[in-house]
Design a protein. Sequence first.
Length: 470
Amino acid sequence: MLSRPKSTISKYSIGKTARGFATLLLAATVAISGTVTAFAQAVPVVRDAEIEALVRDYARPIFKAAGLANDGVDIVLVNDQSFNAFVTGRRLFINTGALMQAETPNEIIGVIAHEAGHIAGGHQQKLRDQLERAKTMAIIATLLGAGAIVAGATTNSRGLAGAGMGVAAGGGEMAQRSILAYQRTEESTADRSAITYLNATGQSGMGMLKTFARFQNALSLSGTQVDPYRISHPMPQERIANLEVLVKQSPNVDKVDPPALQQRHDMMRIKIAAYMGGQAAATRLMRKAPGSLPSRYGEAQMAYLYGNLGAALTKTNALIKEQPKNPYFQELRGDILMKANKPKDAADAYAKAVSLDPVKSGLLPVSLGQALMAIGTPDSLKKAVVQINNGLGRDKENTAGYRYLAQAYGELGNIPAAELATAEGHFYSGDYKNAKIFAMRAQKDLKRGEPGWIRAQDIINYNPSGKLKK
């Protein structure tokens, strides 16, 4: 089920205005440590097994073409309405706004291809090197300026002192422009790399052109004048001009997305609209293809979200009859039954979703575990612990899963395990202080040297630099 975090404002979010475009993807220069989760960075992460599976399907051939297939690139969905994506380390962040606004899979695949170009090109590390050089330039300019000011003061030369101030100010401006120029070069390189990956996978680059045209239209409508030398990306019109010939020369220029993939994309858009945009946003999308599977899926979602559980169940059962092997229809059925206070039936639906899930998402077993917990018998609680642990084994950063696991252990009377699960939840939320407190509490009742004790010690020793204390 699509989750909506409490926080809906991200420090990485990009607005729809020209000012937003002018800073587009500047957030990509902000490094997030590979040892710290997105949750710990206050990014409003959205979790949904269906959407995550679809976006990974989009990315898989692109990553393979970019030589990243075995590099463990994680894809993270961000709850932000703007059309944006960025990379930090080995993580590719995609806004839900981009997924909902993109009318075809090819548009999102083009975005992924561009970001893959950044990762494969090692642009982040190169940018760090450029930042260090720019910092050195600014420091030297400041020192030279300070020296001129001092010399002017000692010789009573106001002109020399004024020149010194100009040197200092100009050095900072020159360093900034140097960095921005470098970023624009890397963006152009990533664009060209994206076309290479799209050609290698037999896909069109028209989606990329459509995305840049969207940015260009937004910039034109805003009426804002943007200094092209003070932004981190080339202007949209420039990017379109640079890529249009390459895209139209490709033998894949007229290729369209497979109908089944387009259908999944449409279902994703309506789902995001229902959960993030509300009834009006979802209805607008459903009206484009009334009676289609995506529209009927949207109707079932809306009935569930707005309390008409009987209608939601009827509509979902019809969807399951049409696609009996779709795990996400079973997941929705489980959500509806949980809301209707029928945990046993919900557990059966979630169990089917888990068994049908081809990508083995860690989210679905946790949902099954929740339903088993709601049944409340000792046997169901034991099964819940197994299922939630299975889910966390696949997805260790699911912070909500640790809360349910702690609750299940607590109801079974296994307090040390409950405290260790609580410590894990705090740890992956970035609350290291409470993580250490609960790890120490758990460790008191755990046998020294056993896996739980060792994990608690790892949490106790952890520090934000990512290095364990000796």
